[in-house]
Structures are given as structure tokens and as C-alpha cells.
Design a protein. Structure first.
Length: 128
């Protein structure tokens, strides 16, 4: 006969708690940065950055929406992979813009690191 053994409750709880902590941490960061993109203060670094790129405020607002929606999707267990994919796409876009539009590859290191972290987290969740 086939025997089915469930993982110990304690181990399952730790994995679940760790997953929630990571998801909430990522969501908070992207909620903060995404909501900052809706600022109308002319001194905002986001307004200056998107102006330097030569786009109107539409791309800044779109980026803010993508980041806020992606963060919210991380908080719903069934939509975590979609949220990670959305946030990963935003970070990939940031890397491409920093390197090829603004010609600041050194500034893309942080965005690349965040993209790598999101990708690893996405891949680990996909494997389970």
C-alpha cells in the first residue's frame, strides 16, 4: 500500500510564515515606491527621472499603477505568481531604461538585484 505522510505541522508553519513575511515585505516596498510615483511635487525625484527620460507623466503613472497592483497581488495567495511577474516586468523595464535610454548602467545595479530576487522567488514558488 502507498503511505502518505504529511510534513510536520511546525515545519509547514515555518515555511508558510516565511513566505508571508517575504511577500508582505516585497509588497510594502513596492506599495511605497509605487505610490510615490503619483506625487505632483515638482521637486519629486520620480518626476525629474521620468522627465529626463523624455516621457510625459503617463509613464510615471502607469509604472506606479503596475507597482501598486503587483504589490496587492502578492497579498492574495492565488495571485502571487501574477504579482511577481508584474513586478518583475516593471523591474526589467527599469533596467532597460537605465541602461539604454538614460545610459547609466551603474544605476541599474539595484534594479537588477531586485529583478534577480523577484525571479528567484517566482521560480521557487513555481517549483512547489
Amino acid at each position: 500500500m502507498l503511505e502518505h505522510s504529511d510534513p510536520p505541522l511546525e515545519n509547514s508553519f515555518r515555511n508558510s510564515l516565511g513566505d508571508w513575511v517575504l511577500r508582505i515585505g516585497i509588497a510594502v516596498i513596492f506599495l511605497l515606491f509605487g505610490s510615490e510615483k503619483f506625487s505632483t511635487d515638482p521637486g519629486s525625484p520620480w518626476i525629474k527621472l521620468f522627465a529626463k527620460m523624455g516621457t510625459g507623466p503617463w509613464l510615471r503613472y502607469l509604472t506606479g499603477i503596475v507597482e501598486v497592483v503587483g504589490a496587492m497581488l502578492l497579498l492574495i495567495p492565488r495571485t502571487v505568481l501574477a504579482g511577481l511577474a508584474l513586478l518583475g516586468s516593471a523591474m526589467a523595464g527599469a533596467v532597460l531604461i537605465l541602461v539604454f535610454v538614460l545610459h547609466h548602467p551603474g544605476s541599474a545595479v539595484l534594479a537588477s538585484t531586485i529583478l534577480a530576487g523577484l525571479t528567484i522567488f517566482w521560480a521557487s514558488r513555481r517549483a512547489n
